[in-house]
Write a protein that binds this ligand. Sequence first.
Ligand code: PHE
Length: 465
Amino acid sequence: MESNVDMTETAKGRAAWSGRWAFVLAGAASAVGLGNLWRFPYLAAKYGGGTFLITYLILVFTFGISLVLLETALGRKTQQSTIGAFRSFGKKYGFIGFFCSLIPFIITPYYCVIGGWVTKYMAGYVVEGPDALADGGAFFSNFITSQEESFLWMFIFMAIVFIIVSLGVEGGIERVNLVMMPALIIMAVAIAIFTMTMPGALDGAAYYLVPDFSAVSPELFIGALGQMFFSLSIAMGIMVTYGSYLDKKSSLTKSVAQIGTFDFGVSFIAGMVIVPAAFVTLGSGEAVASNSGPSLMFITLPQVFDDMGGAAAPVGFAFFLLVLFAALTSAISLTETLVSIVMDGAHWNRKRSCVAVFIFLAVVGMFINMGYNALSFIEPLGEGSSLLDLADFISNYVMMPLAALMTCLFVGYVIKPKTLIDEIAISSPFKLRKAWTVMIKYIAPVLIVLILIFFIAQQFGLFAV
Ligand code: PHE
């Protein structure tokens, strides 16, 4: 990730952030993406709105930022990216870093598939017009069931990512993002306010905001946990690398809290747009819960835009353009990660690694696309599920919790929390060190194990929830 935003080379030749804000912005740019805008709202809609929101909020500000802190401190202390960071405490620990490094190989291909959907919708507002997109889902299903079309748009999205990565203009993109991100937030708030004027929307807002504790289930917990990893870009080593570029003067605690707040804020606003909109369209919380999945954003939002009359086309276009930007910065950070893993692992040069990663993404992405058409008979997680759901499930619900578990056990019991507490305390007083230690040593591992056990038991029907 050497070519990232505002990097300068240090005396030792290692890339470094130009300052604390560059680090916070890069962390936020990698965090804020489709996870916030596409994934969070449909999970909130699916798992009882307010109940999911509260669970997620608590998880992000306890467990989530503790792990971001752990990863960035580990990177800064060792001055290495993932695999090297774990290895520097003993060769045999390298496998934890290796395991974390596998996760972006599963996420990036399907991230590009959704990136393609976003690109298609943005273009759709110009080419097909807002009415065509707001037809209750037929447009969406025609699109994803057409193998050529869905592949073509994924390819366009990937091409943009690779052009940016190979030209090394991420710095420029990040700067554009400084304008685009606030624009996205302002626009999302405006659309949320517009949505509130639609009949029935206030009930939808209540569904989103008011917790209903009868909706609590192991599935909800693991959903919130997986979302937290995905959205904060943790448990896959990326924040370790980012931390390794940070100087010793910059406060880790402050930066981490800022990244977490920003990331949660964007998810919250996105949910505030999409969940009430789905409620208006579908009429009840139960209907929202049972109908939400990856397509939610692409079916409900066009209907909201369509109600805006003459403003529909420009608003729809601008909205998906902004989402595209958020998706691009995250996709770039994911792709850079893959390229650097291949460079280190295979000892290939950058160009060759880029080509290999591109081919990998195109092939795997094509299979995931085919999960909605030629291969739609494969329903890996039960009726109606797709290969994309499977990739999402394996990475977020299985591998990331395991990666986080190993990381916590490693820090808690092998290198000991003090090692990282000392690192964190170099740049700022670490008042919550006791709470953090308890989190890493006890709460987080126990929580992950419990959630996984309950979840697996539930999958196998060992008890009914
Ligand atoms: N956090 C990003 C999102 O929510 C996804 C991502 C994960 C990006 C890991 C970079 C690294 O969309």
